[in-house]
Write a protein that binds this ligand. Sequence first.
Ligand code: GAL
Length: 439
Amino acid sequence: MSDRTPMRQLRRAARIPVLRMGLFGLAAALLLALPASGYGKSDASGSAKKDQLEVFSWWTGGGEAHGLAKLITIWNKSHPTVPFKNETVAGGAGSNAKAVLAQRLAAHKPPDSFQGHAGAELLDYIKAGQVEPIDFIYKKYGFNKIMPKQLISQITYKGHLYSVPVNIHRANILWFNPSVLKKAGIQGAPATWDAFIADLKLAKKANVIPLALAQDWTQKHLLETVMIATLGPSGWSSLWKKGGDWSSPKVTTALNRFKELLTYTNSDAQSLTWQDASKLVADGKAAFNVMGDWADGYFRIDLKKTPNKGYGWAAVPGTNGVYDWLSDSFTLPKGAPHRAAAVQWLGFLGSRKAQDTFMPVKAAIPARQDANAKLYDTYLKWALKQWKTDKLAGSLTHGVVASNAWNTDVDSALGLFVQSKNVAKFQSALVSAAKKRAG
Ligand code: GAL
């Protein structure tokens, strides 16, 4: 990982989402996230507190909560004296959770373990001195031999390992409703940009929402896939290095394409969660949606849809052969109130049993390469194959290529763009953000 995010930026990154969610929202989220009696080994009366494991994530909604529940069940069974305390803050992609976490870390009230995406997002926590290196866990279990090298490099800083990845998600998936496509005269999933636009037109004619969209982070998620489609994986990765050319005509093309896509989306996007947008597709009210592969868990388990019948998928047009990847990984925060439990947890999380229990339900391929493929459903079998041959592109929205601070700058520019639709202004804001943040 490169060294690019000063602590100052992290603090700033923490502040801006707080403003975006509003003080009231933050207060409510903090109330949910902070136990009344505080942290540490003793409660208000000073007596010893029972051992437990406080794990912080944002997996509360459809699809993801079910997977986590399965994991909690096997944790509690195998660690009966250390019950799992599920500390979640609702909001897809950590849109609220990250702000709450930043407050807790600043107040030296960390959970025992928190979710941090492998890559630049994890680097923020490392550089702020908020997480411990965990080489000893890797040494004990040999995880680095069983996880992909590219992934290991994204959780290593100055020769030390800092988190345990539980999965690898894919962001660039175009989900669709096969019956809606058929009714609209669309011949399967489009593979090119021109075919995509032609299909969106057909869907519009058939009176369905051509492309279901949800709130802000999902718009950035869509944008990143359009950019990867337009620039290719190496053009995309060069944007995140010092001197990356954000003013290039290819970036302009990508932003214009994104602008065009927005004209095919639902007008209430801002008030919808990612699950709401997926449901529009499942219910036959929309033809397509671009979302990460956690949507497979939601379609299959929450909405009880059959793969390839109730829902279908393909790479986002123009990204066939590219895996826009991200990984949920868990950390050992400095000052974890139940450190020994947290160490056990990280060992558990890297195990085949934990990953093969959690991931078939949450819907991601496991970080371990020795998964039992039989346990994984239709979409995931496909993803397991694709991972082996695809080129990699790191996700922006989910913390691989850019720090929290850089992401926040992109969010602000994107928020303004969605209102103004001014591509030139948007691009120049992105150029400025890169100048400020690339390191
Ligand atoms: C991502 C996370 C996924 C999933 C998704 C939607 O950032 O890595 O595991 O939770 O957000 O909430």
